[in-house]
Design a protein around this ligand. Sequence first.
Ligand code: IMP
Ligand code: MG
Length: 195
Amino acid sequence: MANATADTTGDSHAQLDADPRLEGRRLKRVAFDAAAIAARVRELGEEVTRAYPDGELLALGLLKGSFMFLSDLVRHIHRPLGVDFIVASSYGSGTKSSGIVRLLYDPETQLQGKDILLVEDIVDSGRTLNCLMDLLSARRPKSLEVCALLNKNVATELRKPPRFVGFDAPHEFLVGYGLDHAESFRHLPYIASLQ
Ligand code: IMP
Ligand code: MG
């Protein structure tokens, strides 16, 4: 399942041509459809539940990209937990990581002594994660792990790989299910690659 790949059938093209959410812009293909995402997110929730039998768990969503993933994921985590968000900006409107991570919103919740699960949409170069892990470790959580919906597996500089991963992602620029290009396409219920 983690390697479930892309649907390149004619159906996917028909879906993209007909989708009124795209403002006439063309996407290349659907990489993960809504059903595949839902099934995998449910499994991830079960994995997370098993991994934290006790302790104070805080799901920390990295906005904006993780908003849809986080909201679906926590519904499948069957144990007490807190939810908070962190806002960092690394890309601007381009499609390449700048390597500069700016923190625009800091979680209000105390992190010290808690099991922190940083929920991220996609790991690309890993620069965002490296930077955030340093920043969050300094707050002395009991543990700090990452749950990423997608991993491009190109992050050679990543110091600590994500503990939970939804899918291995194709090496294309992906949009939908929270992921954007210049703030468009976040609301798509599926993940597609950009032309
Ligand atoms: P990294 O620092 O290169 O790992 O980039 C991570 C961040 O860049 C993610 O949290 C996303 O917001 C964004 N990003 C990376 N790859 C993609 C993509 O294919 N589509 C949309 N956003 C992406
Ligand atoms: Mg982004």
